[in-house]
Design a protein around this ligand. Structure first.
Ligand SMILES: Cc1ncc(COP(=O)(O)O)c(C=O)c1O
Length: 380
């Protein structure tokens, strides 16, 4: 049996990527100053927090390393049900359900809840996992121009069946926020169900890290809220909260929930303890907000800086090669920043994406800003 014909086809596609300057490859974590990870509050590396997680884990009965099965067979430890109750309470929702990752949750939610004859209206910049879920769904799907309420309304007017509007509070590739109040109004007016992904605001806003929706009192207006634990929480997994019927439906019909081994217990302990830890250490959020202010104030005159008041800051460069070179020069100066190239973003819209953290020092941020300004001034 020869695999050559297929491998040749695959290699051809890889070669095309290489030619276009966007071939992906894996590199191990660097020792540069972290301006690229999603560990916004530094919980993944916080030794005090690690101690809390380890000691809680040791005190649990039956602390298996792996979950030993899917949630519906052997994989539900009592601590998991308690944690879901804790999360439902935290988010003032009837029920909560934890998935193994945000990607799995998003694909499951959109593939499972909207039915044939329904309509999914998503912002054009939603995360790949939500797009994938919409693609798997039997409902019809449309995309509206990023944050464009007029465009959304024009789609809402024509939509049929149950209508779902899908947005993120903070957009992962732009760092800007959705106009949630206006979207809630539109969804009320057109009887649509709003689904909001809080991946980049979980842990960051709210006294206990509840996120942007709850910090603004909008949470009860949302049909399904998605929280992920791999970013501000520094761990792994994700959670959807909403009505009890929604959660029961997912437990019964969401294939990505049913047919997979559950998250290991240590991830659950991490999740549970992280929200308590954030509540007891609000200075972590304060330091992050302060670092965002420093970055923005220092670079405020640069036209290449996209408008964002979040931990995700974007420098527009344009062109895969130019953007890669720009990021590489910053890396050579000790800053771990990443280029985001097409096809992840549209051709010509390539960017350098900077993630700010509570643990970045003001000096590190000022030095980064100085380097960005100098490099932009010399950009060909
Ligand atoms: C908006 C958004 N939703 C969902 C995800 C996926 O979450 P996870 O990393 O837990 O799979 C991401 C990750 O980048 C994201 O940015």
């Amino acid at each position: 049996m020869t695999f050559k014909p297929l491998l040749a086809q695959l290699q051809e596609k890889l070669n095309k990527r290489l030619e276009e300057g966007n071939l992906r490859s894996l590199k191990s974590q660097s020792s540069l100053i972290d301006f690229c990870s999603n560990d916004y509050l530094g919980l993944a590396r916080d030794e005090n927090f690690q101690e809390i997680v380890f000691s809680e884990l040791k005190n649990l009965p039956q602390p298996h390393l792996g979950a030993t099965g899917s949630r519906l067979i052997s994989g539900t430890h009592p601590y998991m049900l308690e944690t879901e109750q804790f999360l439902a309470q935290l988010w003032q929702a009837e029920a909560a359900l934890v998935f193994n990752s945000g990607y799995q949750l998003n694909t499951a939610l959109l593939a499972t809840i909207p039915q044939k004859g329904d309509t999914i209206l998503s912002d054009q910049l939603i995360h790949a996992s939500l797009r994938e879920g919409a693609r798997l769904s039997l409902a019809q799907r449309f995309y509206f121009k990023h944050n464009d309420l007029n465009y959304l309304e024009s789609k809402l007017r024509k939509a049929t069946g149950n209508v779902f509007v899908v947005v993120e509070t903070i957009y992962s590739m732009d760092g800007d926020k959705a106009p949630i109040t206006e979207m809630i109004q539109l969804c009320k007016q057109y009887n649509a169900y709003l689904i909001v992904d809080e991946a980049h605001s979980t842990g960051i806003y709210g006294k206990n890290g509840e996120g942007w929706l709850q910090a603004n009192g909008w949470h009860q207006e949302i049909f399904a809220r998605i929280y992920t634990f791999g970013k501000g929480i520094g761990g792994h997994g994700a959670c959807v909260v909403g009505n009890r019927t929604l959660i029961d439906y997912l437990i019964n019909f969401a294939r990505a929930f049913i047919y997979t081994t559950a998250l290991p217990l240590h991830s659950w302990v991490h999740i549970r303890k992280a929200f308590e830890y954030i509540g007891n250490n609000n200075f972590l959020q304060e330091k992050l907000y302060q670092n965002i202010r420093i970055f923005k104030e220092t670079l405020q005159d640069l036209p290449q800086l996209k408008e964002s008041d979040t931990a995700i800051q974007i420098v527009r460069i344009g062109g895969n090669e130019r953007t890669k070179r720009f990021a590489q020069k910053l890396q050579e100066q000790g800053f771990d920043v990443r280029a985001v190239l097409s096809p992840t973003v549209q051709q010509g819209e390539e960017i350098v994406r900077i993630c700010l953290h509570s643990f970045n020092s003001p000096t590190e941020i000022l030095n980064l800003c100085e380097s960005i300004a100098l490099l932009l001034a010399r950009l060909d």
